[in-house]
Write a protein that binds this ligand. Structure first.
Ligand code: AMP
Length: 392
């Protein structure tokens, strides 16, 4: 079966077409700057990457070109060959604990949840509606970023705030990156043959840590929004909210502008003033740039805080898994993190850690907690959920 896995952002649309159950990627691509003058798209097929310019006024334009290109690249002969489409949806609130087939009810709920994810859910909805317009009869599935964390206990997801805020307005920890953490849980079970206690570190431009027990999320570092937790590319992670009125009084900025600073100008970018990209900051670190050294040490420290906390919650983790852009590629960051855990017997095999494209164990045989690198694959997870639900 041919399944399309789709991730629609406010001005972008990413897709991957996979053959299921073989789990083989057929073609993938990204439409960027939708709605802007310099919009373009790239298609990856058979090891080649083609970049093309195109006027993309809206997401429906992107969907139409995408479908035409599937025919041009001879991936399909007609649109009916697309058996299902899985959409990544950021917020499913506390209603969705797993993926669901999209119907009018689901669309309404995702719409109702827009106040909880004002930047993401509207873009995800535009993606669904654009495909519906062009392929009204193709089955579609919603895969929620929050769903995996719905297994957290009340003690874990509540904030110590006026209780009515939770009851009336749904103010609580939701957690994100659930599809990636679920991929790690599933992959580790496949590899080990049983569920182990795992601390999953999804560290990319966005980053979150998740404690997994019996294949379920029991705690995660992102909160009501994705700004909470560890230090990210441009997001601040955990801070003292008491600083907000002070900053506003000093900078004379409006609240929305301060929030933009916290989301887009903080984290590694804020600390270094150079870049949000770990590759640039590592270059600065290697060239002894003081701010880059401080930023990377703080970044590692914060992740270590969460690993330590989750090791306690799990009453002793069996595995630490690194994934996403930084986790998969930065041997330096993995080393900075694991060095801080050496006192408790966690030991990195430095030869394995330095290998490019490593996929598997990077700890020594006698390490108290095993350390793995597993490349995440959210597209595959979305496609598998879609395949399973449309075959039910
Ligand atoms: P993601 O959000 O998972 O796509 O991760 C993107 C981030 O991964 C980039 O912004 C970089 O900070 C980081 N990254 C990618 N490749 C490398 C690399 N070779 N070394 C260090 N960091 C990397």
């Amino acid at each position: 079966m041919k399944i399309l896995s789709v991730n629609a952002g406010s001005s972008s649309l990413k897709f991957t077409m996979l053959e299921l159950p073989e789990e083989k990627v057929i073609i993938s691509g990204t439409f960027e700057k939708i709605g802007l003058d310099d919009s373009f798209y790239t298609i990856k097929y058979n090891g080649n990457k083609d970049k093309k310019e195109a006027k993309l006024e809206n997401h429906t334009d992107a969907v139409k070109i995408l479908l035409d290109e599937l025919i041009n690249y001879k991936v399909i002969k007609s649109y009916d060959e697309i058996d299902g489409i899985g959409h990544r949806i950021v917020h499913g609130g506390d209603k969705y604990t797993e993926s669901v087939v999209i119907d009018d009810d689901v669309l309404k709920t995702v719409e109702d949840l827009v106040p909880l994810a004002p930047l993401h859910n509207p873009a995800n909805l535009v993606g669904i509606r654009s495909f519906k317009e062009v392929l009204p009869n193709t089955k579609m599935v919603a895969v929620f970023d929050t769903a995996f964390h719905q297994t957290m206990s009340k003690e874990e997801y509540l904030y110590a705030l006026p209780y009515e805020w939770y009851q009336r307005y749904g103010v609580r920890r939701y957690g994100f990156h659930g599809t990636s953490h679920r991929f790690i849980a599933t992959k580790m079970k496949e590899m080990l043959g049983e569920d182990k206690k795992i601390i999953s570190c999804h560290i990319g431009n966005g980053a979150s840590i998740c404690a997994i027990k019996d294949g379920k999320s029991i705690a995660t570092s992102m909160g009501f929004t994705p700004i909470a937790g560890v230090i990210m590319g441009t997001r601040c992670g955990d801070i003292d909210v008491g600083l907000l009125p002070y900053v506003m009084s000093q900078t004379k900025e409006k609240f929305d502008d301060v929030m933009t600073d916290l989301n887009k100008k903080s984290g590694v970018l804020g600390l270094t003033g150079v870049s949000s990209d770990m590759r640039d900051v590592e270059e600065g670190y290697n060239n002894k740039d003081e701010r880059c050294i401080t930023a990377l040490n703080m970044y590692a420290n914060k992740i270590v805080e969460y690993i330590s906390m989750y090791n306690t919650k799990l009453e002793g983790a069996d595995y630490i898994v690194f994934t996403a852009g930084v986790g998969e590629n930065s041997d330096l960051m993995r080393e900075l993190i694991i060095k801080r855990l050496e006192f408790m017997g966690v030991k990195l095999d430095s030869e394995k850690n330095h290998q490019r494209g490593i996929n598997g164990e990077i700890s020594t045989d006698d390490s108290s907690i095993k350390v793995y690198v597993i490349p995440t694959d959210e597209e595959l997870m979305i496609a598998k959920d879609t395949y399973n639900l449309i075959n039910e």
